[in-house]
Design a protein around this ligand. Structure first.
Ligand SMILES: *Cc1c(COP(=O)(O)O)cnc(C)c1O
Length: 346
């Protein structure tokens, strides 16, 4: 069951809303035993890379596209660091409407670009950063009367609340800390709204601290200033002027949480640790929270024994270039058994 059917009563859907789905949501929430021991906490990972287009963006996109269809939109438009375009293109393909995606030229991970093109979107590379591409997308959508499906579209955040609902249902309560990467700051805001909605409904009795993690080269919510030239290997959070900054600040302030930043080196080390020691391959942006938890532990700022859920926002396969730059190459041998046995030292 997709997000719209599973949570119809909790979301702004009516009989007229088309019940589209690609099977998004209901992603695994996995206890990470090894890292829990290292960090002396109870750490859970929500595997959002298991969504149909490989990132959490599908939860909100299914809502945004359903509402756009309900309103009779002729085409979809978005600007994207990659995953929004992949998701928009997928749902547009399934719904049979044209999709225009604007990407910052040369700054999108290979897998995401391949997806947008394979799903049949018109892909436009803008020689400017993400923030400028988003302004252009909004202006063009207005001019043409097309539906903009960036997170300025309120239905995106509605759909993304479903992640919080699922966590509460699986754990029977909210975690102590909710750790999440922050780019445009929509997801942290959506999770906070979702937890609050569940509390108001009496389904949970406490709220988590919202812990947002940004890349050091793109950390406007940590420095308190927009960042004119964001730069980070974690392209999904390479954003200098977050659209949902105010909502995110509110979430952090109301929940007693915090924003922290981590360097690209720390992000890549966390990515390798997650894949090589725990069997979970997440894209670089998704690994900012783990990098942050490791850093807070080192600084003595991670309380012992707390239950933490971190959102692994996207699949590692989306960015093969960054992964390959971190690891060795296959061991090459001839076709003799001796050479093979030589390699097998275990
Ligand atoms: C979009 C995205 C983010 C950032 O989410 P925001 O809602 O923009 O803060 C983080 N990780 C991945 C993989 C993403 O695709």
């Amino acid at each position: 069951m997709g997000v719209i059917d599973r949570y119809a009563e909790l979301l702004p859907v009516s009989e007229k809303t088309p019940r589209i789905t690609l099977g998004e949501g209901s992603t695994p929430l996995v206890h990470l035993k090894n890292i829990s021991e290292t960090l002396e906490i109870e750490l859970w990972a929500k595997l959002e890379g298991c969504n149909p287009s490989g990132s959490f963006k599908d939860r909100g996109m299914v809502m945004a596209v359903a509402k756009a269809l309900e309103d009779g939109a002729k085409a979809l438009v978005c600007a994207s660091t990659g995953n929004t375009s992949a998701s928009a293109a997928a749902y547009a393909a399934a719904a049979g409407v044209p999709c225009y995606v604007l990407l910052p030229a040369g700054k999108v991970a290979l897998g995401k670009l391949a997806q947008a093109l394979m799903y049949g979107a018109t892909v436009i590379a803008v020689n400017g950063n993400f923030d400028r591409a988003l302004e252009m997308a909004c202006e063009a959508a207005e001019e043409k009367g097309f539906a903009i499906v960036n997170s300025v579209n309120p239905y995106r955040l509605w759909g993304q609340r479903s992640g919080a609902f699922e966590i509460c249902e699986t754990l029977g309560s909210a975690p102590d800390w909710h750790a999440i990467p922050v780019g445009n700051a929509g997801n942290i805001s959506a999770y906070w709204a979702g937890y609050k909605q569940y509390k108001e409904l009496g389904k949970i009795d406490k709220l988590p601290r919202m812990m947002g993690f940004q890349a050091a080269g793109a950390a406007p919510l940590v420095t308190g200033e927009p960042c004119p030239n964001p730069e980070t290997v974690a392209t999904a959070i390479r954003i200098g002027n977050p659209v949902s900054a105010n909502l995110a600040k509110e979430a952090v302030a109301q929940s007693g949480g915090a924003f922290n930043s981590v360097t690209d080196e720390e992000i890549l080390a966390a990515q390798l640790m997650l894949s090589s020691k725990n069997g979970i391959f997440a894209e670089p942006a998704s690994c900012a929270p783990l990098a942050g938890l490791l850093k807070l532990k080192k600084e003595g700022k991670l309380p012992k024994g707390i239950r933490v859920v971190m959102i692994l926002t996207g699949n590692g396969l989306k960015d093969p270039d960054t992964a390959m730059s971190q690891v060795g190459r296959p061991v090459e041998i001839g076709d003799s058994l001796e050479e093979l046995l030589e390699v097998m030292k275990a």
